[in-house]
Design a protein around this ligand. Structure first.
Ligand code: SF4
Length: 201
């Protein structure tokens, strides 16, 4: 485990989230099988990371009630994050916003699975990560007609000091609701599983 991962795990725990580390994506499903109550209802947020970890197969195994994207009222919600800061903050930007709403309220437990590539120094770097990596690559993947899908970077970066919410003005913009998850009131509701290899965008 790198010093950066260690520091991030400690900071997440200090912010009242549970935090675990696994070396490889192959260890994610076995860990979740230990954590999830048999028969519990599970919903998911759209995520390349979850697909890479084989979460679809887990949900189709029959061991759980698969709620698909319907996160509210589910026992557990599985998602990734756009960035995880070394000082223990999760940063997510959403278009449809099922993901940011379920992370902040609703499911009894939220499991956030993130590759080590999602770790950044602080919130400023998290904002930059979304504008230069996560949003452009997702916009391209989803075939959205946005400037970033064509250029690989948010149009707001043409300004000297863009604000977090600066961006394009078209109807296909995928950056609509911004969620910063810091110190939690409900201790242990969110569990972050950091994976020691790159996953997702
Ligand atoms: S605001 Fe628009 S251009 Fe900027 S990253 Fe989001 S979708 Fe792309």
């Amino acid at each position: 485990m790198t010093e950066q991962v260690k520091q991030t795990l400690e900071a997440l725990r200090a912010n009242s989230m549970n935090a675990e580390y696994v070396e490889t994506k192959a260890e994610v499903v076995p860990l979740l099988q230990r954590l999830l109550e048999p028969g519990c209802s599970v919903a998911v947020g759209g995520s390349m990371t979850l697909a890479q970890c084989g979460i679809d197969t887990l949900l189709q195994s029959g061991a759980y009630e698969n709620r698909g994207r319907e996160g509210f009222g589910a026992d557990a919600y599985l998602t990734s994050a756009n960035a995880v800061t070394q000082d223990g903050v999760l940063y997510n930007v959403d278009g449809n916003s099922n993901r940011v709403s379920a992370i902040s309220y609703g499911p009894k437990k939220v499991y956030v699975i993130a590759g080590a590539n999602k770790i950044v120094k602080d919130l400023e770097q998290a904002v930059l990560r979304v504008k230069t990596v996560a949003a452009p690559r997702n916009a391209k993947r989803l075939d959205c007609d946005t400037p970033c899908a064509k250029t690989g970077a948010c149009i707001s970066l043409e300004k000297a000091s863009p604000a977090m919410t600066d961006g394009c003005r078209g109807d296909e913009r995928i950056c609509c609701n911004y969620l910063i998850s810091a110190k939690q009131r409900h201790k242990g509701r969110i569990m972050v599983i950091l994976v020691g290899e790159p996953l997702g965008f």
